[in-house]
Write a protein that binds this ligand. Structure first.
Ligand code: UD1
Ligand code: CA
Length: 457
């Protein structure tokens, strides 16, 4: 059963200071749009309904939201945060509580929102506020005898009010039964000529509805993005938090300040990660995995004890246990390595399966190939998988030895235990257990003279 909660995410604002043609909430933090961060947190609360109020940027926002059960509400023109919530009002259930989130405040935690919601579910108006040394730009919480009496926006505040350090984060939870009357009563006779959602607080106070405040555990939870510089600051705060969580669970990060997780990173015990690694999508590292400096791993699973040497790029691949990858390896989508495989420098693998303890140690391209166990592929080997129109497979059976600088023109099979002489171009199947080679016989021309440079007159 979903909780009797409706969530409204305000995302209609312009974001002038981003200097971008994209709506602000579609800019990315840790590889995911600001709006999607808020949406994911909202969904984790399992509310009855989620509405996104959009406006600036036209249908870019609805097109960016894949979840069909999220309701998109157009606010046109954008006349303020109170006006924004008014647009969503008809969608809200009178018996529920509404949680207002901002599309440009991406790091708010579900736990914080739950404590806010608990207050609202018991009939109170719940405000998320924060004490700030430098409160400039924020709405100030005005209290009378300790009780919240209203919120005053910076631009409307008296000098005494500007000296208040308790600020409005903008996030609040309100029992819906009050909302129609309060939103109807909003006026725009203020410095910005907007309908302020924050004015409902004074109305609640006047009507004797209890107002309570909750503070976030971390200040970064309520930081908003208004500029590229703030976006970069939030990205770092987010990454520090990822690093903190990983180290807390026993992962060794050589420098927690030089880690980027853009998705989920799951680590076993005694995982070791050197500097400047980027993890994207869903990455799983087994026990004792070591990742050298400057690696990028995107949607990859790595089994226990594997070593990934510096400057390797792995994408949509499954890597077995006790493998050695890199340095400078490129593992492309569809690759599966069995245990104890060695992939060395300047080796590119694509859509290939490599069996137990096989080695491709130097300068090779192995694409659309099925490689058995205990195969040795020499330096400079190339699977010619593409004929200009179609891709074909190369099969290399167990125990085969491919000499250096071989081209395997697919479709082709190298049999079990076969040996291919170095420098061969293999266009037909090579039988198992035998030496196959295709190269011109070596000859030496006696008395041959090197050309000499002609002297110009
Ligand atoms: C708001 C609060 C302020 C608080 C601050 C915290 C009001 C009047 N003020 O001010 O007390 O300290 O947030 O960051 O609410 N939006 C719409 N439609 C609109 C206007 C805004 O959807 O017509 C959305 C924006 O996209 C944004 C959010 O509402 O996500 C906040 O709007 P913004 O203009 O940034 O409000 P602030 O002036 O910062
Ligand atoms: Ca703002």
């Amino acid at each position: 059963m979903p909780l009797p909660i409706d969530i409204v995410i305000l995302a209609a604002g312009k974001g002038t200071r981003m200097h971008s043609d994209r709506p602000k909430v579609l800019h990315e933090l840790a590889g995911k749009s600001l709006l999607q961060h808020v949406l994911d947190t909202a969904m984790s609360l399992e509310p009855a309904k989620i509405c996104i109020v959009y406006g600036h940027g036209g249908d870019m926002i609805p097109r960016a939201v894949p979840q069909a059960d999220v309701q998109m509400v157009l606010q046109e023109p954008q006349l303020g945060t109170g006006h924004a919530l008014q647009q969503a009002m008809p969608r809200l259930d009178a018996g529920h509580v509404t949680l207002v989130l901002y599309g440009d405040v991406p790091l708010i935690r579900g736990e914080t929102l739950l404590s806010l919601l608990q207050m609202a579910l018991s009939g109170k108006v719940a405000l998320l506020t924060m004490l700030m040394d430098e409160p400039r730009g924020y709405g100030r919480i005005v209290r009378k005898n300790g009780k919240v009496a209203g919120i005053v926006e910076e631009k409307d505040a008296t000098p005494e009010q500007r000296a208040i350090h308790e600020v409005n984060t903008g996030i609040m939870a309100v029992p819906n039964r009050h909302l129609p009357a309060w939103l109807m009563a909003l006026k725009n006779d203020n410095a910005q000529g907007e309908f302020y959602l924050t004015d409902v607080i004074a109305l609640a106070a006047e009507q004797g509805v209890e107002i309570t405040t909750v503070q976030p555990a971390h200040h970064w939870e309520v930081l908003g993005v208004n500029s590229k510089s703030q976006l970069a600051q939030l990205e770092r705060l987010y990454q520090h938090e990822q690093a903190r969580r990983l180290t807390e669970r026993g992962v060794t990060l050589i420098d927690p300040g030089r880690l980027d997780v853009r998705g989920e990173l799951h680590c076993g015990r005694d995982v070791w990660i050197d500097v400047n690694c980027v993890f994207e999508g869903r990455v799983v590292l087994g026990d004792d995995v070591r990742v050298g400096a400057n690696c990028v791993l995107r949607d990859v699973e790595v089994a226990a004890g594997t070593l990934i040497e510096p400057f390797s790029l792995l994408e949509q691949a499954v890597i077995g246990a006790a493998c050695r990858i890199g340095p400078f390896a490129r593992i492309r989508p569809g690759t599966r390595l069995a245990d104890e495989v060695h992939i060395g420098n300047f080796v590119e693998l694509k859509n290939s399966q490599v069996g137990y303890n096989s080695k491709i140690n130097h300068l090779s391209y192995v694409g659309d190939a099925t490689v058995g166990a205990k195969v040795n592929i020499g330096a400079g080997t190339i699977t010619c998988n593409y004929d200009g129109a179609n891709k074909h497979r190369t099969v290399i059976e167990d125990g085969a030895f491919i000499g250096s600088d071989t081209q395997l023109v697919a479709p082709v099979t190298v049999g079990r235990g076969a040996t291919i002489g170095a420098g061969s171009t293999i266009t037909r199947d090579a039988p198992g257990g035998e030496l196959t080679l295709s190269r011109a016989r070596q000859t030496s021309i006696a008395g041959w003279q090197r050309p000499v440079k002609k002297i110009k007159e």
